[in-house]
Design a protein. Sequence first.
Lengths: 320, 408, 83
Amino acid sequence: MTTMISAWSAISPFGLDAVAFAEGVQGGRRPADCAVPGFDTREVLGRKGTRTMDRVTALAVATAKPLVEGLGDETALVLGTNVSSVKSSMDFARDTLTEEKPFYVDAGRFPNAVLNCAAAQCAIWHTLKGPNATVSGGRATGLLALNYARRLHRSGRATGAVLCGATEELTEERSWLELKDASSPLSEGCAMFLLERDGPGQAEVLAVEFGVCSDLTQAGGVLRRCVDRAFASSDAEPESLWLIVGSGGEGEDLDGIPAKRLCVTDLVGDTFAASSAFGIATVLALAEAERRDGTALVTAVDRDGVVGCALLRLTGEGTR
Amino acid sequence: MGAGDRAGVMTRRVAVTGLGVVSPIGIGVAAFTGGLRSGRSGAAPARSFDTTGFEHDIACEVPDFEEPAGVGRTSALAVAAARMAVEHAGAPDLRERRGLVAIGSTMGESRDIDTLVAQELADGPAGLDPAVVRRINAGRLSVSIAHELGLTDVEAVTIPTACAAGNYAIGYGYDVVRAGEAGFALCGGADALCRKTFAGFYRLGAMAPERCQPFDRGRRGMLTGEGAGVMLLEDLDSARERGAPILAEVLGYGLNCDAAHPVAPDAGSVARCMRLALKNAAVKPEEVGFISAHGTATKANDIAEARAVKEVFGEESPPRTVSMKSMLGHTLGAASALAAIGCVVALTEGFIPPTINHVETDPECGLDCVPNHAVPADLRVVQNNALAFGGNNAILLLGRYEAEAVAT
Amino acid sequence: MAKMRDIVCEILELDPDEVTDDSLFKEDHGADSMGTIEILALLEKEYGVVIDEAELIRMVNLSGVYAVVAEVAGWERATERAS
């Protein structure tokens, strides 16, 4: 069987939909402001059910919206996040320390401090009753989610479509917790893909490979082995490689491999947990505009040591 | 070992070869087994945070576990459990083999988040300790294990699907080993108790003042807990080849989502998940020797879960359904991992752990919860339930290891 | 009462004119048990009181909420003494 990406969606610093993202990526210039423009939860999703919804969750629920139409109830979801909303967790913890009694907290916001909040809300909003998983692995999160999703198909746990992606929010709290030496402006957004077994689609997921580097000086070598294995385990020729999109981690250079290079942090800023999902979206957006065949790689090196890549084969078909 | 999408469909049997436990009722499998057999309670006044202002303060902490300096408590719990699991399995050198490390969690490094908030309140954002900031990412729960054990040819993924996360992670390990994508999986779950978790469940009215009494008429809720449970899974053939202890076999599992309510379980959906798990494991309902329930002891959980059990297993004689949370408290992301380990212990040691603190069974639940005392039992198949916030259900089936497959 | 109406409306995501003193949170406004706990939590915080969860059975509408909070906060006794 094959795993095909048949549609995708993105809410990014370029705007509220995939078209805005594609235009932005094709333009090649990072927006000055890396917050998603005009993303107000209540304006985008309405008032009902949004009182306690945090930004990382709202971005995911809204990104899923254009993809879920016409899908069955058994649709699965695999959503990547780092620590969900660190703002939600910190706000909740703060109330336990500053209010008159430690339990004067907002009961309805407790689920926001739990890391599966966004995936759960996506399921509730869009009635997705299939397997519903949350995965986390820093910058490599989007690739880990893709592999989890692919395995849901291969193991037969998902018989229908699988939605897969990753989400990140930009809040003051997150900016406190980022490393001070960050080279790109902090950014936010969510990218999601609709995966289907066999059938038509814009790209086929040929391989997803991972390793761990004990320290970041080893990252390049570990990534190289992942890439070699991705080609070896699929029947793709290394010469077919058209584009490599990095996630802004250390050691993602892959020197000596001839291919067009892009780095997702240069395009949309540092979307941390969503960065490799935006890498996949970048491949799809550019393929629609520029390319009808060949293969593309999305790479990720996380500062904690998770290293990975996904190898995609472009089919030349447009998204649904 | 091809990992491409065109790999063959040959599947492998998946053996449990090692168990690592850091729990409120004991550290290490031997102490944990003793605790389950004797019905030990992990409940005690919480010591890890200031409980002033709460009207009750009972929780299930791991009393004798100090995290090393500079390490987040949740990661430390996960790493300790993983190391024990490998030792328990005869200390194979996993560096030579391709593997998966998958750790589930509900809150991640939540105690560190509390610490950062306290620092921010005291000294503003500039007062945040960079060393603590550096370690809050949820992915570290898994990758820390890889670093600790010197593993580089592994996929390290954290699966924070809340209170079903342990079963999710074990299930993921099962899929990956079964498909031959990895020779081993270190999988389980971890969480550390902290003030905001305690306050959250307290606020929801989900917490008992003193003791956890699942399925009891007088139950008043859960107790929050902490811990970590990690299993080593290996493909059966290589495990046999290296002469590993084969403790049990993972038979299969089911996943689904209620897609209905953020915190209240849906009995029909839980029943559907049980059916998915039984079908995946090729197990008939009557083959299940006992069910390890999610069993939080909240009003809503126990009734919905009991209803689901009866829907799938029949009203007449559903399997005995016990809640290890009566002893362990609700260890969140570790809960279903510790319970799964408890199931393996039950299979190997031949007893069903009790539901302690039991006075009178709630007729609305109406299940034999093996009250207060463990019972000896010759078990072949056991079922481990996990139901999480957001309606994330994961149900795992484990079987006694027999040289011929229990199920095909 | 206006403050309490605001709290209820905020939790149940309603406009103030949609809620009457006697309209039922669950039956008329679709609240679930989580919603009623949220209302209780916000009332406790707002008025600096602690409400026994057993009172939730009375807190089915605005009148019930007012009665419970008044009792817990000791408003009625204060009013009686003043009169």
